[in-house]
Ligand binder design. Structure first.
Ligand code: GLN
Length: 461
C-alpha cells in the first residue's frame, strides 16, 4: 500500500542487480560527499544480500555509534583511528536484518553543537544550500538523507535535539524514540541520561521501519526498557481523526521567527482538516529548559570524556612526564574548543560547593519539566510545535553567534529530550526556499501515535 522503501523494488524497476546498485550508489555518494563533506568514513561493502526486513538497504551510521572494524570517532580528533572490535546493538540489528552499513556520518564532536561546525573532520554542508548548515549534531546523517536519490536510512543520535534539528534544516524526517527503547550499547556517550539512538530518512515510513529493526530490550544496556516493541509500521495509515493535539504557546514565543511559526500553524490547520482537534496550552517550565539541559548535559559529558587520555583509545603522543602532564598534552591537542568548554562547564557544575547550587538544582527542575509533559499527555495524544525557531542559518551567521546564542537555538528541542519522550520532526513547508520542520512530541512509548500524525502531515505538504 503506497510508499515503501525497498531496494528490491528499486532493482526491479531499473533492471539492476545488487552489485550494479552498489556501484552506482557509491559513485553517487562520493560525488555528493566531495561537495558536502557528509561522511567521515565511507566503505563499500564486500558482499550485500537482499534478504531480511531491510534487504540490502544502505544504512549510514552517525560517527558516535560503533561499527566493528570501521573508524568510530564521534567526530573527534581524539578518537581518530579508533576501530571498535564490536558493533553497537543497533548496528548489529541492522546487519542482522539485511541492512548494509555504508559509512560513518559527520557530526559535531561528541554531539556538542547544533550546526555540525564543531566537527573535527571538516564541516558538512546543507544539500539544499551549501552556504548553510545541515544542523547538528547529526548533520551528516540528515544531509545524506536529503541529498541521496537512492534508498537509504540513517542511524543517528540525539541528546538534546540532534536528530530533530538537522532533520528540520534538511527537510527530512527524524525520529527520536523514547529514552531506553533503543539500546545505547556501543554508543559513544555524550550524556548517558539523555542519549537516544534514532533514525533519519526521507519519509515517515523509513524511520518507522528502522525503529522496528532497532527497538527492543538489550541486556547489555542497563537502561534498556524491558518491553516488547510494537509493530510500528502497522497503523501508519490509520489517520488522525479525533486525535487531540496540544499546541504549547511558549514554543511560538520570543526567538521563533514569524515565518517559521506561520508555516507550522499552517500545518496544524491542515491536520485539523484531517480530523485532529487542537487546543492551545501553556508549558511554563519551558523557560528553564536551556540552563537545566546545559548543566546536566555538560556535567555528564565532562565525566564521560575523562577516559580519553591518550592511552586507551584513539590519539596518543610519545609518553613523557607525569600522567597529568601527558593527559593534559593529549587532551589540549586533540579536543576541539567546544569540547573543552563543556568539560570546564560540566566540571564546575559538579564541584563540591557548587553541586547543590547547579547540578542538583538542575535535576530538580528536570523533574518539574517531566511532570509538566506528563500532565499534558493526560489530556493530549501529542504536542505540536516548530522543531527549530529558525531555518538553517548561513555559516557566516553562525560565525557571528556567541556560544550562548548557539545554545539558545535548542530552546524548542531540549525540554522533550530532558523528559525522554519520543519526538518526530517532519517537513511542513518552506521559508526562503529552506525547509521548516514540524515537531510532534508524544507520550512515553507512544511512537505509533506520533508516526501516524507524522504520516498524515507528510501527506499534506
Ligand atoms: N545542541 C545540543 C547540544 O549541543 C544537542 C546536541 C545533541 O543532541 N547531541 O548539546
Amino acid at each position: 500500500m503506497g510508499y515503501k522503501i525497498s531496494v528490491r523494488e528499486f532493482l526491479e524497476n531499473r533492471n539492476m542487480d545488487l552489485e550494479d546498485f552498489y556501484s552506482v550508489f557509491f559513485s553517487g555518494l562520493k560525488r555528493i560527499n566531495r561537495k558536502l563533506n557528509l561522511f567521515v568514513v565511507m566503505e563499500k561493502p564486500g558482499r550485500a544480500s537482499a534478504s531480511g526486513m531491510l534487504s540490502g538497504l544502505p544504512v549510514s551510521v552517525k560517527d558516535c555509534i560503533c561499527v566493528k572494524g570501521m573508524q568510530s570517532a564521534a567526530g573527534s580528533r581524539i578518537l581518530e583511528g579508533y576501530r571498535p572490535p564490536f558493533d553497537a546493538t543497533a548496528v548489529r540489528r541492522v546487519k542482522d536484518s539485511g541492512g548494509v552499513i555504508i559509512g560513518k556520518t559527520n557530526q559535531d564532536e561528541f554531539g556538542f553543537g547544533t550546526f555540525s561546525v564543531n566537527s573535527g573532520f571538516g564541516i558538512p554542508k546543507n544539500p539544499i544550500d551549501p552556504s548553510r548548515t545541515c544542523g547538528g549534531s547529526s548533520g551528516g546523517a540528515a544531509g545524506t538523507a536529503a541529498a541521496l536519490e537512492y534508498p537509504h536510512i540513517a542511524l543517528a543520535e540525539s541528546t538534546g535535539g540532534s536528530i530533530s534539528c538537522p532533520a528540520s534544516f534538511c527537510g527530512v524526517v527524524g525520529l527520536t524514540p523514547t529514552y531506553g527503547l533503543v539500546s545505547r550499547y556501543g554508543l559513544i556517550d555524550y550524556a548517558n541520561s539523555l542519549d537516544k539512538i534514532g533514525a533519519i530518512g526521507k519519509r515517515v515510513y523509513d524511520v518507522a521501519l528502522m525503529l522496528s529493526v532497532i527497538a527492543g530490550h538489550d541486556s547489555r544496556d542497563f537502561t534498556s526498557l524491558d518491553i516488547k516493541p510494537e509493530k510500528y509500521l502497522n497503523s501508519l495509515d490509520a489517520g488522525v481523526k479525533g486525535m487531540r493535539i496540544g499546541v504549547p504557546k511558549e514554543y511560538f514565543g520570543e526567538g521563533v521567527e514569524k515565518a517559521v511559526a506561520e508555516c507550522v500553524w499552517k500545518g496544524i490547520k491542515e491536520l485539523e482538516n484531517s480530523g485532529v482537534v487542537y487546543e492551545e496550552i501553556s508549558l511554563p517550565c519551558t523557560e528553564h529548559a536551556i540552563p537545566v539541559y546545559y548543566i546536566i548535559a555538560a556535567a555528564e559529558a565532562s565525566t564521560n570524556l575523562a577516559k580519553f587520555c591518550g592511552m586507551r583509545y584513539g590519539a596518543s603522543e610519545p609518553v613523557s612526564g607525569s600522567f597529568n602532564e601527558y593527559f593534559s598534552k593529549v587532551r589540549s591537542k586533540y579536543f576541539g574548543e567546544e569540547a573543552k568548554r563543556r568539560i570546564l562547564l560540566g566540571t564546575y557544575a559538579r564541584m563540591a560547593g557548587y553541586r547543590d547550587q547547579y547540578y542538583l538544582k538542575a535535576m530538580k527542575a528536570r523533574t518539574l519539566i517531566i511532570n509538566e509533559f506528563k500532565k499534558a499527555f493526560k489530556k493530549f495524544d501529542a504536542l505540536v510545535a516548530p522543531t527549530m525557531p529558525v531555518i538553517a542559518p548561513k555559516f557566516s551567521e553562525i560565525k557571528r553567534m556567541e556560544p550562548l546564542q548557539q545554545y539558545m537555538m535548542d530552546i524548542l528541542t531540549v525540554a522533550p529530550n530532558l523528559a525522554g519522550i519520543p519526538m518526530l520532526s517532519v517537513p511542513c513547508g518552506k521559508v526562503k526556499g529552506m525547509p521548516v520542520g514540524m515537531h510532534i512530541m508524544g507520550n512515553y512509548l507512544e511512537e505509533k501515535k506520533i508516526l501516524r500524525i507524522g504520516k498524515a502531515a507528510e501527506g499534506l505538504e
